[in-house]
Design a protein. Structure first.
Length: 336
């Protein structure tokens, strides 16, 4: 990978709601510039561009990735479209930030990573919370053995629809919708982040609506007498927490996916006697940090292998959980 120019120029494929959040992040991150938006129609692209003060509007995704002045693209399209557009962007020399889940299955995730590596561009999935300064602070408790030997991780991410929106892409099986990919992906990443290895066995149970998982609960077993569990769904009150429990303490974050307040992020540690200590991190906008970290990597001419590896590991576990939920059987993951 060769170093690029100082200012990273961005384009976004699609006008999904999350595109607004990421375009703001691009503007907040130093030495990054939001220059182009693409939609399936020129009218929609121009409308979004006017509203968000973006110079270039393209009526097709192909036209945007063909723009030689764009260095990086963000892809917030439905998961079933991630593989093809990531590979097409990589072939044109664009670095790719791809919304989660990174794609429909682990095979496609590996193909995406291979294509980006082959064309010398960076790939990363859009899991924002791992870039927050709070995550770095929490990691120190784990690495410093403040919690003792880690034993169990619990997590939940859910929200509730009063009325089921049948046209929502989260409920379209042909677009790889479902609560596991949309919400559980974050929980799986938290478990991978904390334990740093794949489980040896998983089990999941799900409730389906039109062949899409509306709610999923999972158990994961790891070597070393460790375990994890999580729940995700579109049918339960808004939750976004995890707890990491060890032999001598625990760490609780009640909003790990995104802080309740942007200006202040918090978490708690509990000692052997259950005494809590609150920790606060101020002034970090996690999506802007994500953009800055991503662009700094390829601006320096380096390739961060960990980011695509994290996405592949997360997808590998999600695939096993989906298989378990469909079969009502525990699934063993292959040992490396």
């Amino acid at each position: 990978m060769t170093a690029t120019k100082n200012i990273i120029r961005w384009g976004i494929l699609g006008t999904a709601k999350i595109a607004t959040k990421v375009s703001r992040a691009i503007r907040l991150a130093e030495r990054n510039e939001m220059v182009a938006i693409a939609s399936r129609t020129t009218e929609r692209a121009k409308s979004w561009a006017r509203e968000h003060q973006v110079d270039r509007a393209y009526g097709s995704y192909e036209a945007l990735i063909d723009d030689p002045e764009i260095d990086a693209v963000y892809i917030p399209l439905p998961p079933s479209m991630h593989r093809d557009w990531t590979i097409r962007a990589a072939e044109r020399g664009k670095h790719v930030l791809c919304e989660k889940p990174i794609t429909a299955n682990v095979t496609e995730a590996i193909e995406m990573a291979d294509a980006c590596r082959r064309h010398g561009v960076q790939l990363m999935d859009g899991v924002m919370w791992v870039h927050h300064e709070r995550t770095t602070a929490m990691r120190q408790h784990l690495d410093g053995w403040a919690l003792g030997r880690l034993r169990h991780i619990s997590a939940a991410f859910s929200f509730h629809w009063d009325e089921i929106p049948d046209d929502n892409i989260r409920l379209q099986s042909d677009l790889s919708g479902g609560s596991l990919g949309d919400l559980g992906y974050y929980c799986v990443r938290a478990i991978w982040w904390a334990f740093g290895e794949l489980p040896r066995r998983v089990f999941a149970t799900a409730r389906y609506y039109r062949d899409v998982d509306m709610n999923l609960s999972a158990l994961l077993w790891f070597d070393g007498d460790r375990s994890a569990s999580f729940n995700c769904g579109f049918d339960t009150v808004y939750r976004k927490w995890f707890e990491i429990a060890g032999t001598h303490g625990s760490l609780v974050c009640d909003d790990f996916v995104v802080p309740w307040k942007e200006e202040t992020a918090r978490y708690w540690t509990h000692d052997l006697d259950g005494k809590p200590t609150e920790h606060k991190i101020d002034g970090c906008v996690q999506e802007a940090r994500m953009i800055a970290n991503f662009s700094d990597a390829f601006r320096s001419g380096t390739f961060n292998e960990r980011w695509p590896a994290d996405a592949i590991a997360t997808m590998r576990v999600c695939d096993a959980l989906a298989k378990s939920a469909r079969s009502s059987q525990a699934v063993d993951l292959p040992r490396s």
